[in-house]
Design a protein around this ligand. Structure first.
Ligand SMILES: Cc1cc2nc3c(=O)[nH]c(=O)nc-3n(C[C@H](O)[C@H](O)[C@H](O)COP(=O)(O)O)c2cc1C
Length: 356
């Protein structure tokens, strides 16, 4: 049965993790979601060790977090052991509770330098990196891996064993290969097999979008924790809902007002944290996600996408919620003729890396 677990002495309670997503899980998004409840661990976006160790301001900003997020893990990526070690020390210095290594990102730019999922096919490098870091930090070292590099070289169980041997204290698996990218489904049977193989806690990632889905994965794999990424973009209350189910409470059901409030709160946080145009850009990326399964959600996404100022965004949000709350049909900003068109949604760390 699902219960809190520990990464060394850090309690992950409830055993639910907001999955790291480059370009999405920044300090504002994490705080927004943490406030909805049910999150036992937050993780930064993956942060470049090349950037960190060269004092790149963007990378340094990505290490910031709020006290209310704790426990908080910094995730770093790179392929060069010395820089990985230096970056790990920097994360410890800024007060992160956990240091996580990205062994899953499929972006060519990351893999080319031996980092991300590249580490899954270079055990010598992976081992050197883990041992180097382990020697120099006191906070727990964790790892997030994929099923394997190619579809025909699935080695998650071996990678997990190697990591445990190097002193890694938690293993998270996203059960897709690097070759697979985000296609198909995640293989959760590998989570079960890793759990059977190692004695450190094991968590699974991939395709959990509902309370039932989370419970099913727990039952099937016996994993300790569950990570939710894209499912939390569409439903920021998913962690809280799973927590409700765990406590045998009625499951919280957000209404239109809750959704509107989340959008506005998010926009306000973004505007406090970054220049206006950047905040508008982020809003375009996420506003549609928050309204994904609602009536007129796709059209709302389009109208937000075509907005160019703070006022426009705020007006569009008011109009949309005004319409769906009163049950009127929603036609977007131009009236009934506008076609439903899909605005682009970023859907991989590759897209996020290219964009940044
Ligand atoms: C936009 C996006 C960015 C991502 N960035 C990262 C990242 O920086 N680090 C990481 O370990 N995984 C990253 N992932 C993978 C997710 O953490 C997660 O493992 C994967 O999306 C499957 O889980 P989900 O179906 O719950 O989203 C990213 C995924 C998406 C969609």
């Amino acid at each position: 049965m699902m219960k809190p677990f520990k990464i060394r002495d850090i309690e992950i309670n409830p055993p639910l993790i907001l999955s790291p997503m480059a370009g999405v899980t920044d300090i504002s998004f994490r705080r927004l979601l943490k406030r909805r409840g049910g999150i036992g661990l937050t993780v930064s976006e993956f942060i470049s060790v090349e950037g960190l160790t060269r004092n790149n301001p963007k990378s340094k900003r990505q290490m910031r977090f709020f006290e209310e997020e704790r426990p908080f893990a910094v995730q770093i990526f790179g392929g060069q052991p010395e820089r990985m070690r230096m970056a790990a020390e920097m994360a410890e210095e800024v007060g992160a509770d956990i240091l996580d290594i990205n062994c899953g990102c499929p972006a060519p730019k990351v893999v080319k330098h031996g980092g991300g999922s590249g580490l899954l096919r270079d055990y010598e490098r992976l081992e050197t990196i883990l041992k180097e870091i382990k020697k120099s930090i006191k906070i727990p070292l964790t790892i997030k891996i994929r099923a394997g590099y190619y579809d025909h070289t699935i080695n998650a169980v071996e990678t997990a064993r190697l990591a445990e041997g190097c002193g890694v204290e938690h293993i998270a698996l996203h059960g897709r290969t690097k070759e697979q990218g985000y296609k198909g489904l995640a293989n959760w049977d590998l989570v079960r097999r890793i759990k059977e193989t190692v004695s450190v806690p094991v968590s699974g990632s991939g395709d959990v979008v509902s309370v039932e889905g989370a419970f099913e994965k727990w039952r099937e794999t016996g994993c300790d924790g569950i990570l939710i990424g894209r499912g939390a973009m569409a439903n920021p209350w998913i962690f809280r809902q799973i927590e409700d189910a765990l406590a045998a409470r009625p499951i919280f059901q957000p209404n239109h007002e809750d959704r509107r409030a989340v959008l506005l709160e998010y926009f306000e946080m973004l505007r406090e944290d970054m220049p206006e145009m950047a905040a508008i850009g982020k809003m375009k990326q996420l506003a549609g996600q928050f309204t994904k399964r609602l009536q007129g959600g796709a059209l709302f996404r389009t109208t937000i996408y075509h907005s160019h100022s703070v006022t426009e965004i705020l007006d569009r949000i008011s109009e949309y919620f005004e319409a769906i709350t009163t049950g009127r049909p929603y036609y977007g900003e131009n009236g009934p003729k506008e076609a439903e068109e899909e605005a682009p949604v970023l859907d991989s760390c590759e897209a996020a890396t290219v964009a940044s």
